[in-house]
Design a binder for this molecule. Structure first.
Ligand SMILES: [Zn+2]
Length: 454
């Protein structure tokens, strides 16, 4: 790494760290003490798939900074098989937040302020299938249900925390070579029946950023190409589908052309592609976005690629800011309609403090709210210049809805506080209203349904 690159990396790390601390949720009391949110510095995961036992497990080494004393919080849906804190064997407890809006885990050990290391082992049993001399495994996420980001598969922090993550992947005893689709830098360390890979992810990633999918070679069809960014980069791109699933009904060429159209449209509106690559898994359903990657259908592709700018570019720090990118994406999907008036209200910004999921009203009422803001700001150029401003200035630093509002007020030189208050901090629940749009682009899939898409 040359000095300038080192300096840039160092500055970004400091910035990311202060953003993590300023977005860290408040501590809360549990039976054994005070549960405190900590700032993960690095998370290195050793992920082992074992052919002879048809099992897999993850050992996470997490270095973290505790800004206050208490019981450190992390999350993992699977109960850990072992937890070590600073070399000592300890245990962890599942706890609910004060208003019971979410469930988390705490390490059952009071710690002091400062740097600590946790080594947490968990079995990996979700979205995994041993077959054809290899293994199918994916870490697909969703923000529509509780605890469906990285914590669904391995120990992780909440969305506010940006962490430098690495995966050491071991495939033990398989006869088939594995294919890996992921939005990190992949290094093959060892070939053969004990093959291993190291994957490094950018330091701005959080628990909702990683796209990871591995399958035995030969089960997917793919097309690799590059897209020329307006900043001069050739963005390495791939579209693929599983040969045995519905996604195969759309040709790779069609997917590539659509991806290319959307890519250039988005670069025209919001500047150069924010990521190092583009990965498109055409599963035929169940759209979800990642940093420069998506699992999608052809019809949701535009929506999901937009999310590489808003959601995985300009990132939400919690559940109450999650609606912003869905409202904006839906607004784009319907051709950026301008509205002169709006009736109704929602509580999209007003869910209990520790909420981690996105309000489904984003796709319907949220979209209309963006159209309304666009109308209101028409004389100042409408909403799109502000969106561009956000990508230029707030990319890769998770934010609260309140910061989004503040940025908008500053950008236009008028206060929009009353509009956000009236339409997004209400008490009405729009999430029970059927939104065809939301359920089409991000169809809520059960694990059983996802398993079929592996
Ligand atoms: Zn979306």
């Amino acid at each position: 790494m040359n000095f300038i690159v080192f300096l840039m990396f160092f500055c970004f790390s400091l910035f990311a760290q202060s953003n993590d601390l300023s977005h860290r949720p408040k501590s809360f009391d549990v039976t054994n003490g005070k549960a405190v949110f900590v700032d993960f510095q690095t998370a290195d995961y050793v992920i082992t798939y074992n052919a002879s036992t048809s099992s897999a497990n993850v050992v996470a080494t997490i270095k973290f900074n505790a800004p206050e004393a208490g019981l450190p919080i992390f999350d993992s849906v699977a109960a850990p098989s072992s937890v070590k804190l600073d070399g000592e064997t300890v245990n962890s407890l599942e706890v609910k937040t004060p208003s019971k809006e979410t469930t988390l885990r705490v390490i059952n050990k009071l710690i002091s302020v400062g740097e600590h290391t946790a080594i947490i082992s968990v079995p990996l049993t979700t979205l995994i299938e041993f077959r054809d001399g290899g293994v199918k495994s994916a870490f697909w996420t969703s923000d529509l249900s509780e605890r469906n980001f990285l914590e669904r598969y391995m120990p992780a922090n909440l969305e506010f925390d940006q962490v430098k993550m690495t995966f050491d992947i071991m495939f033990e005893g398989f006869t088939s070579k594995q294919k890996i689709y992921t939005n990190g830098v992949v290094q093959e360390l060892r070939k053969g029946s004990k093959s291993s890979y190291k994957i490094s992810y950018p330091s701005h990633f959080n628990a909702s950023s990683i796209f990871f999918h591995t399958v035995p070679e030969g089960l997917t069809s793919e097309l690799r190409f590059s897209l020329k960014s307006i900043d001069g980069r050739e963005i390495p791109s791939v579209v693929y589908f599983g040969k045995s699933i519905l996604g195969g009904f759309t040709s790779l060429e069609t997917l590539k052309n659509k991806a290319s159209d959307v890519f250039h449209e988005l670069e025209g509106d919001y500047g150069s592609w924010p990521h190092e690559q583009l990965i498109i898994y055409n599963a035929g359903q169940g759209g979800m976005e990642y940093c420069g990657a998506t699992m999608t259908s052809l019809s949701a592709l535009g929506h999901e690629l937009f999310h590489s700018y808003f959601a995985r570019g300009v990132m939400p720090a919690n559940g109450n800011s999650g609606w912003l990118d869905e409202a904006l994406a839906s607004w784009r999907d319907d051709g950026y309609q301008t509205l002169s008036a709006l009736s109704g209200s929602s509580k999209m910004s007003n869910h209990p403090y520790y909420t981690r999921t996105t309000d489904m009203a984003a796709y319907s009422f949220g979209e209309r709210f963006m159209g309304y803001l666009d109308g209101k700001l028409k004389s100042k150029g409408g909403l799109k210049p502000f969106m561009r401003h956000m990508v230029d200035n707030r990319k890769f630093s998770p934010l609260f809805v309140e910061e989004f509002i503040q940025e908008m007020n500053q950008f236009y030189g008028v206060s929009l506080d009353k509009d956000f208050k009236k339409y997004t901090y209400g008490t009405e629940n729009f999430s029970n209203l059927k939104s065809n749009h939301g359920s089409t682009v991000h169809k809520k899939l059960s694990l059983k349904e996802l398993q079929k898409l592996l």
